[in-house]
Design a protein around this ligand. Structure first.
Ligand SMILES: [Zn+2]
Length: 547
């Protein structure tokens, strides 16, 4: 008999590397084996399992029979905060007393690090990549990030150059700022710390070869490069994303998906191309209402993806993006939390960040962030001093600068507070799940060995079984079906046993069903009804003559 162990504490004092992540999810599953199972949706390109936590109260049935809410984090390598935020919700579902009813009726699938290879690179080195770069086929004159000076980190290399676009900031010598007409030398050019493959000695050095942005690799409105940077070769061409697609399409019970990212803090909602008028009007209302709940909890602004940009900029047009895919292909209300960046932790709002119009205004915000950082008591290293290094190819360079893994995430103490709030949003969103149930299942004797079997199949959850209006027409969101399974010795007299009900609306949609059967044996079990309710979950009931 497994005994419940203490649920492991989740420390917000450093970002997890892959081994620590694996140890944490393993400990979580070991602590509550009746509520958590640990599996993998697939293997990353470098051979790491992509961990999946399945969380539900198994005493009320398996996860696949319940409406399910999916959370994924860290699709972008640098955005490590998403892993911790996902784990926070996983832990909270188990530790909180308020979630026990929800876990009886629903399930949560949590993928804390969908990009374990990219995450590992950033945790270990603080190097910077979007999701993945192609290092398999090395391109001449291309710099590949590596720890050149042996300090374990990948930082920035600066080297004096007459054409250099940067100068040291007179106000904060740690920073490099854009060169202006009246700037004085030395002028610097910068490169990420690394080695140049097949260098011909010229200044034409590119960085990391081909880059992939997995949040441009989803199938809806996917476009190849150069139309969409980072798109990959075709939708779901990246193995991790294909594993995700297979998971999504083999789980008809999913009714919600949430992704965790970091950028200026925001609750993002569809659309990611075009405009609101491309979406169903009623759906826009519901997604705005839900996003507003996220905003009330976190204080983050609600922003449709197309508007997630600086003021006065053109609307964003992201092809192959999660939001349009989630809404248009899955038919679900999908959201992303941008959990923030260090500027937000320093008290600078997303509104202020997006109001920036010039390089000087941006530099002022970076200085403010560093000043704030200097006043913090508990902190990781954000800046490494510029230190001379003899680069094997470039000669004398200085290596140092800001650590991207901290700059592009909220601080960890801040993240702990944020994760608590985003979790509250998830619980409220999750509470609206569709819920297909069997009510008043009964049999009534109407003649010698003849029974009328009746039941009401209803959706008592708030969302309809098609979740969104968009979902109504999609095959992925299955309508409700009833399989009629007669007991041994029972003959069905009605014309049909199995019934196809189609979708059920939320809360008040119930259908009365009846069958006539005859039985040759003693009055006992008559039949079993197996209800397949798609996003509303599955239900079974046995009906006997005595009922
Ligand atoms: Zn992101």
């Amino acid at each position: 008999m497994p005994t419940n162990r203490t649920i492991p504490k989740l420390q917000f004092d450093h970002f997890f590397d892959y081994q620590e992540l694996t140890e944490y999810v393993t400990a979580l599953a070991a602590a509550r084996p009746d509520f958590v199972s640990l599996s993998s949706i697939g293997t990353s390109r470098e051979g790491r399992d992509i961990h999946l936590l399945t969380i539900t109260d198994s005493s009320t049935g398996p996860a696949e029979d319940k409406p399910a809410y999916l959370i994924h984090g860290n699709i972008h390598a640098t955005e490590l905060a998403g892993t911790h935020a996902s784990l926070y919700t996983a832990r909270q579902l188990l530790a909180s007393r308020t979630t026990s009813e929800l876990l009886k009726r629903t399930a949560f699938y949590i993928i804390p690090r969908i990009n374990p290879d990219g995450g590992e690179f950033v945790v270990k080195t603080s190097g910077s990549i979007r999701s993945r770069t192609d290092r398999s086929e090395r391109v001449p004159n291309t710099l590949y990030q590596e720890d050149v000076n042996g300090d374990g980190l990948i930082l920035t290399m600066r080297l004096p150059h007459p054409n250099g676009p940067f100068v040291a900031d007179a106000e904060d010598s740690r920073l490099l700022i854009r060169r202006r007409h009246d700037s004085r030398p030395p002028f610097f050019r910068t490169l990420p710390e690394g080695l140049i493959h097949g260098w011909d000695g010229t200044d034409n050095i590119s960085v990391e070869g081909r880059g992939f942005d997995w949040n441009r690799n989803w199938s809806y409105d996917w476009r190849p490069e150069p139309e969409q940077y980072g798109a990959g070769d075709f939708p779901f061409s990246e193995v991790e994303m294909r594993a995700m697609a297979e998971f999504l399409f083999s789980h008809p019970n999913l009714y919600a998906v949430l992704g965790y990212h970091t950028g200026p803090n925001a609750v993002l909602r569809p659309p990611s191309t075009g405009s609101d008028t491309d979406l169903d009007e009623g759906d826009v209302r519901v997604m705005q209402e839900l996003a507003d709940i996220g905003s009330e909890h976190t204080g983050f602004p609600v922003i449709p993806v197309i508007k997630y940009r600086r003021d006065g900029g053109r609307d964003i047009n992201l092809r192959g993006h999660f939001h349009n895919f989630g809404y248009q292909h899955l038919g679900l209300f999908v959201f992303e939390f941008e959990l923030g960046i260090m500027m937000n932790s320093a008290g600078i709002s997303t509104k202020d960040i997006f109001a920036v119009k010039t390089e000087r205004e941006h530099e002022a915000l970076v200085r403010r962030t560093l000043k704030w950082w200097d006043r913090q008591k508990k902190r990781d290293t954000l800046f490494e001093p510029w230190t001379r290094c003899d680069h094997p190819q470039l000669g004398a360079v200085e290596i140092g600068g800001l650590l991207s893994r901290h700059l592009y995430n909220p601080t960890l103490p801040d993240l702990e507070r944020i994760a608590e709030k985003t979790c509250k949003f998830t619980l409220e969103h999750a509470a609206r799940h569709p819920r297909v149930v069997v009510e008043d299942a009964r049999a009534e004797r109407v003649g010698d060995g003849v029974y009328r079997v009746r039941a009401r199949i209803a959706n008592r959850g708030e969302f309809p079984t098609h979740v969104s209006n968009r979902g109504k027409g999609l095959r992925r969101l299955q309508g409700v079906r009833v399989e009629f399974r007669p007991a041994e010795g029972v003959t069905l007299l009605s014309e049909s046993g199995h019934r196809t009900l189609g979708h059920l609306g939320g809360l008040t949609d119930g259908r009365e069903l009846e069958w006539f059967v005859s039985t040759d044996g003693d009055a006992g079990a008559l039949c079993e009804l197996r209800v397949l309710g798609g996003a509303g979950g599955n239900a079974s009931v046995s009906i006997g003559a005595a009922d």
